[in-house]
Design a protein around this ligand. Structure first.
Ligand code: GMT
Length: 376
């Protein structure tokens, strides 16, 4: 099949998932055309069957706000017409689903039917999309997509809660490439981070308020009092300056390192002993799944779709949002006993395997087959 994929090219989970999906589909022989405003971060290197089309938004003195959505819809039409595209799969509703609707109408006028699949990822529904600034357009474009999917049961429920749509939503959980993440830790790297065999605790996010990164720091400080540890904070975002400023004022924070945005997170995760994700909401929590694939147990909240991936008392533990004491207690319980830690590591990997490529990607392929048949 010739498939066009539209996503955010950034470090966010929706862009990561869309890029990984495109890469797997290309390996399976499909031709994948990414339409984005920048090369997706997970798309480095050369891949056969993968093509990248950059959306350019020319500036013009009249435009206080350059019309990205119009440029995107035009790029979609161009890519579809010139590459014999069979279907368009957009990730994250805003503004991708409405741009897809526009492209679909233009192509229809030209005599071509273009099936559109929209995958909802989380904030496009739970935060941004339900804002009345966007809600009518998001509602309409979800309804107009040929197929609508969500990355967790929780996100499906949230969508029905916040939008009056009748369209069936199919749940296809996110996936992880186990082989890529389940690597042997690089000993020299581990030694340079934890020279005295301290435990290595990792958090990765876009440092938005909703990620409660300060909770991560507080949990770490409690754990570190009992078990000598190091905290690696991966990613960047609006809350980082404040958290970084705090860590400069506290003596116990010397063991905390900010690594910034990292493209090769699969090289870092294998040296970790524990992953912390104390988010206020996650539709899924792809970062936690990638950690599990690297055999790292997860201490998370029980918010949103997290209970669909982290199994309490098996792959890690879950607590209520903000319950720093409980999360610290659980972290210490896992890290203080080597046999318990080993068991949780093995369980984390076993749990991640339920979300392996082979279980999830065929579900998307089946959707594609179905939408093509019903569009003939
Ligand atoms: O978590 C973010 O802020 C980024 C956001 C995105 O759209 O890229 O992530 C969402 O999609 C990911 C992939 O499906 C999910 O793993 C994240 O849980 C989800 N984030 C939220 O729901 C807050």
């Amino acid at each position: 099949m010739n498939i066009a994929i539209v996503c955010y090219p950034t470090f966010g989970g929706s862009g990561v998932l869309a890029t990984e999906l495109g890469k797997v589909l290309a390996e399976k022989g499909h031709n994948i055309h990414f339409i984005t405003y920048q090369q997706p971060v997970r798309l480095s290197g050369f891949h056969t069957n993968i093509f990248y089309h950059e959306v350019r938004v020319p500036t013009y003195p009249l435009f206080d706000f350059p019309p990205y959505e119009t440029a995107l819809a035009s790029a979609m039409v161009d890519v579809v017409n010139n590459n014999d595209i069979d279907l368009l799969h957009v990730h994250y509703a805003i503004p991708h689903a409405s741009a897809a609707y526009m492209a679909k109408q233009i192509l229809l006028k030209q005599g071509k039917r273009l099936p559109v699949i929209t995958t909802l990822h989380g904030t496009d529904i739970t935060l941004v999309g339900r804002d009345k600034t966007y809600s009518p357009v998001v509602t309409f474009s979800m309804e107009e997509s040929d197929i609508l999917t969500a990355v967790s049961n929780n996100l499906k429920e949230e969508t029905y809660k916040y939008f009056s749509i009748k369209k069936p939503i199919e749940v296809i959980h996110n996936f992880v490439d186990i082989e890529r993440f389940n690597k042997k830790p690089i000993d020299a790297f581990k030694k340079s981070i934890a020279p005295n065999n301290e435990k290595i605790i990792v958090h990765a996010s876009n440092f938005r308020k909703l990620k409660r990164v300060m909770d991560t720091v507080e949990i770490f400080l409690k754990v570190n009092k009992k078990i000598p540890s190091k905290l690696l904070l991966i990613g960047d975002g609006p809350e980082r300056p404040e958290i970084e400023a705090f860590t400069r004022t506290c003596n116990e924070c010397a063991e905390i390192k900010f690594l910034g945005k990292q493209e090769q997170i699969e090289d870092i995760l294998p040296i970790a002993d524990l992953f912390l994700l104390p988010s206020e909401y996650e539709s899924f929590g792809l970062a936690a799944l990638e950690a599990m694939a690297a055999e790292v147990p997860v201490i998370s909240t029980n918010a949103g779709g997290l209970p669909e991936i982290n199994i309490n008392g098996f792959s890690g533990y879950m607590s209520n949002v903000g319950d720093i004491d409980d999360m610290s207690k659980n972290a210490i319980a896992i890290l203080s006993d080597p046999a318990t830690h080993l068991q949780f590591k093995a369980n984390a990997l076993a749990q991640a395997k339920r979300f392996g490529i082979d279980s999830i990607v065929p579900q998307y392929e089946a959707l594609y087959e179905r939408v093509l048949v019903s569009n003939i």
